[in-house]
Design a protein around this ligand. Structure first.
Ligand SMILES: Nc1ncnc2c1ncn2[C@@H]1O[C@H](COP(=O)(O)OP(=O)(O)O)[C@@H](O)[C@H]1O
Ligand SMILES: [Mg+2]
Length: 358
């Protein structure tokens, strides 16, 4: 080996053991502190095990607090327990129309003849396959659905099922089409943010998978836990675990100290906790606009958006802004009266900035 890489690859060992465990999508073996919530969902699907119809559940709570993780854990348990109940998990952010979801379900059911088939035909196939058994549908980020025809079809035509709808936005259910809402009769289940002790426990568990034992200073972990607790978002904690370790490695340190954690924190300003990778391009463009002219009226913002070549109509633009607010990227303030009547002021959410103050 040449001299150049010797230091990096040879003598110094990595602090990471398996950094995949820090990915947001990593599925931990256990989901502690959500036992009650998981039991509740299980109680809703329990009738399926006895050949009866299940209950539906509406799971809500802010981002980054284990809603997806808990539901995926249940999905896995069902798979291990029985072949008579088919769990179907759909991320509606990725699959947001009835047709796309139906294709997804066909894939889950291992049904391959989907080419040039109409949505209704494919649903008939799914119905036939699922009505021999029972099904648990988990629609994650359900508020991203562009149409809810499929929900309606499932409610009406799949006999033994539970539908789990997950969203960060509690109000979504209230806004749901009456046709669906009246038939859905979902139980409500709120996920509350974690306490400091729970946050610490979760991060410790992840740390044990991800790092070589003993590399984390107690004090550094405490700082990361505290910041993740303040943010009420585990993703912030996972991000900080990774970045602090990167800082330490960059300095060839064999320990991750509170200094490294602080440096990682100062990078957090750049970071939006929901992860920019989950923002659609048009939302990202609008967010950038808000960042540069925080405090503008929504009307002026829209004009600016159009000037810069944005091609969404006002209604769609407005919906993107509402989503950004829901995910806490921006804050909306309504002003009443005044020369121009009522208007909405859009501000960049600097809660993220606040996280870096200590
Ligand atoms: N109780 C928990 N135990 C282990 N990991 C958790 C727990 N709660 C959240 N996490 C982790 O935190 C991250 C965010 O959780 P996630 O379920 O995606 O949040 P949500 O769906 O509520 O936005 C994921 O990487 C997840 O594995
Ligand atoms: Mg989620």
């Amino acid at each position: 080996m040449g001299g150049m890489f010797k230091d990096i690859l040879g003598s110094s060992e990595s602090l990471f053991r398996d950094d995949v465990a820090l990915d947001y999508s990593y599925q931990p073996k256990l989901i502690p502190y959500r036992e009650k919530e998981q039991m509740y969902i299980v109680s809703c699907i329990k009738p399926l095990f006895q050949g009866r119809n299940g209950k539906n559940v509406f799971v809500h709570g802010q981002p980054g607090i284990g809603k997806t993780a808990a539901c995926l854990h249940i999905k896995k348990e069902i798979e291990e327990e029985t072949d008579d109940i088919v769990p179907i998990y759909i991320n509606c952010w990725q699959k947001n129309t009835t047709h796309k979801i139906i294709l997804d379900i066909c894939e889950i059911l291992d049904y391959k003849f989907v080419q040039n088939r109409r949505t209704e035909e494919l649903f008939a196939v799914i119905r036939q396959l699922l009505n021999r058994k029972a099904a648990v549908f988990i629609f994650d980020e359900a508020d991203r659905l562009e149409d809810i025809d499929l929900l309606y079809m499932i409610i009406e035509e799949i006999y033994k099922k539970s539908i789990v709808l997950i969203t960060n936005r509690k109000g979504w259910l209230a806004d749901l089409d009456e046709r669906v809402k009246s038939r859905l009769t979902a139980e409500m289940l709120e996920f509350r943010p974690y306490s400091l002790a729970e946050t610490r426990g979760i991060l410790k568990q992840r740390m044990e998978y991800a790092f070589v034992p003993g590399v984390w200073d107690e004090e550094a972990l405490e700082l990361v836990s505290k910041k993740a607790f303040d943010a009420q978002d585990m993703r912030t904690g996972l991000y900080l675990l990774r970045e602090a370790a990167n800082m330490a490695e960059g300095k060839s340190s064999r320990k991750i100290t509170v200094q490294h954690a602080q440096e990682a924190l100062s990078k957090l300003g750049e970071f939006t906790s929901k992860g920019n990778d989950t923002l659609a391009a048009d939302e990202q463009a609008i967010l950038d606009l808000v960042k540069n002219s925080s405090g503008s009226k929504i009307g002026s913002l829209f004009e600016l958006y159009q000037k810069q070549g944005g091609n969404l109509a006002y209604g769609s633009f407005r919906r993107r802004v509402d989503r950004l607010e829901r995910d806490r990227f921006v804050c909306l303030e309504k002003t009443e009266g005044g020369a121009e009547g009522n208007t909405t002021i859009v501000k960049f959410n600097d809660a993220v900035k606040k996280l870096t103050e200590f």
